[in-house]
Design a protein around this ligand. Sequence first.
Ligand SMILES: [Fe+2]
Ligand SMILES: [Fe+2]
Length: 317
Amino acid sequence: MATTSFEEQFDKRLAQDQTIEPKDWMPDNYRKTLIRQISQHAHSEVVGMLPEGNWVTRAPSLRRKAVLLAKIQDEGGHGLYLYSAAETLGVTRDELYDQLHTGKAKYSSIFNYPSLTWADMGAIGWLVDGAAIMNQVPLCRTSYGPYARAMVRVCKEESFHQRQGFEIMNTLAKGTEIQKKMAQDALNRWWWPSLMMFGPHDADSPNTEQSVKWRIKRMTNDELRQKFIDVTVEQTKVLGLEVPDKDLKWNAERGHYDVGPINWDEFKNVVAGNGPCNKERLDARRKAWDEGKWVRDAAMAYATKRKARANQATQAA
Ligand SMILES: [Fe+2]
Ligand SMILES: [Fe+2]
């Protein structure tokens, strides 16, 4: 009888577009790549709550405040689904938090920029959540089952985030001269970092090829970035604002917009920890961890007590 090796079975499942589940055999590097990608994604969700949290108390109306709060809570929820998905790969929540707090793990560099005005709440929802959707929709079909399923729900919520951001931008852009200026200024500051969210160009992204082969990634960085640019430039026209790129032009031959060069030195610098808010963001996460210690201790003490009580009850029976 012919036997198939674990690796052959794994390859066969990928070829048939079946998902890989936690108990299935998988290559070590597949597991490692996923732990890195899913945990980076989870960290980005929770760190991403910080720039917007900055505006909850200053939202211009009760409606805006309620919507912004709901959006930020969604991001916390996304972090939780994703940490759970990462845990199915054999890493613990404590290890993941530790990697974030010690600076060993990365999160999306866009959250190291400050949110200076209310218009930034518009630009973040519209551009940052918009870029996140472009990245995440193909991940609903990623090969690792728990990650793919988490993404389905996350994507539904992200579309609401993108629309609430666009609505803020639209209100400001159609408002007074000062409001319009504020919207344009936010677009100017968030445009380039949003394009950087898709990561380095394919030629400079050594992990892309393997990730596409494993069907962890379904589209390359440049393909996703181009899709984002094509959609967003049209939306900018609807807003009556201007994309801050003098080289931006429609390329009829390619059927896509061409953009000017992205400043990768800035990207590398922010990723290396030198962005305007890196320190502030990590300090905030560490502080939340330290201040939450009593809650974790209380929950553990309660769990131990309950277990002891349940044991006593079984012994008595
Ligand atoms: Fe999210
Ligand atoms: Fe979001």
